[in-house]
Design a protein around this ligand. Sequence first.
Ligand code: SAH
Ligand code: SF4
Length: 422
Amino acid sequence: MRELQAKPKYHIWTIGCQMNKAESARLGDFFERQGYQATAVVDEADVIVLNSCVVRQSAENRVVNKLHALKSLKRQHPDLKLAVTGCWVDSNIDQLSKGFPHVDYFFGPGERPYWLDGGDWEQVIPANTSPTAYVPIIQGCDNFCSYCIVPYRRGREKSQPVDDIMCEVEERVRHGTREVTLLGQNVDSYGHDLPDRPDLADLLTELNDIDGLARIRFLTNHPKDMSTRLITAMAKLDKVCEQLSLPVQSGSNDILKAMKRGYNVEDYRRLVEEIRHRVPGVALSTDIIVGFPSETEQQFMETYNLLAEFRFDTVHIAAYSPRSGTKAARELKDNVPAAEKKRRLNMVEQLQEGIATEINAGLLGKTVEVLVEGRKGGKWQGRTKSDKLVFFKDRDNRRGQLLPVRIEQTSPWSLQGKLNRE
Ligand code: SAH
Ligand code: SF4
């Protein structure tokens, strides 16, 4: 009797930033090239990879809870292999192995699953085709903002050569990708460590010439490093989306100084004015932290007022969480009570909900271009160039298409529309 050999199955659990998502996608490609098959059912998996995040205590707690929850599964299926990667994995793997003996493998963020031999880790042959893809262009961070653990877990900045990025994007476009998002903790410092010192504007200029590629995004920008040259490239290059992620973190100059961000509110204001002047209609997103050590009510209100003044399209709000090993955790007392952090967080969330409601309502009746990414809840789902999430109904398969959609309903989080067939 001939029996078809079932492929071994892998399951990847991912939390955290887009870099983690990009690295999980790459891991998935790697597993597929090694003959594995993806499964969404954890109980079915032969190998489970947790791609972890520790940027805040709440993320770290989720990782540890998940690991504990997987203990019984491992007991039921002793052959199951459990692997952990991402920023939870620090340099002290011996200690981690002692604390979590049911984990088979630990490997650092972006590293190769070392126990699988064969197959080229560097080689990029996307096994999964997707209309949109994340492409890491610079790893690590040299900034050491006082609150942030990222430089300790992801190391110093290391740029990917322009030619390698071009090859990867061309390969993805051949497999159906229409939009790429270039990733780095600070994309504005791209290239400074490469031999001929290209910058992000040079990279965008080259990518813009790739036939079949429709859209280019990039994140995250650092307000102290974003150059006029980059803004000029954004304004000039047709495929570069009018969307920018520019974390401000605080509206108080004293707090910005304690955070070691390297700019003040006036610098930030000048930068936003220049961007909005040169790239009309640009959608801006930002990150802020409330309840940084010693943040007074007045300093918090400066952040609140800054958000009201700038009217960002999207704001990611976090309550300060001390991360051991960082300068802030070493030297500053986490003295804003949890309930007060929560109150400040809720206040800015409410403010932002109102602002996003108004901004999105401005799109009512307008026709926008949507790149369709997939289906959700019986509808097609995609994004505009300005990164607004749009849903519409249609019977045909629209995945990967760029389509005009007329907006009929708006909310602070997404837009509903109808395919414009004229
Ligand atoms: N490189 C990016 C973001 C890195 S971390 C930047 O420079 O902004 C992503 C976000 O997590 C940060 O923007 C910050 O708002 C938040 N964050 C980082 N460390 C934090 C901490 N200790 N407590 C609360 N939020 C934090
Ligand atoms: Fe962290 Fe600052 Fe680097 Fe962003 S720029 S990753 S916040 S140290």
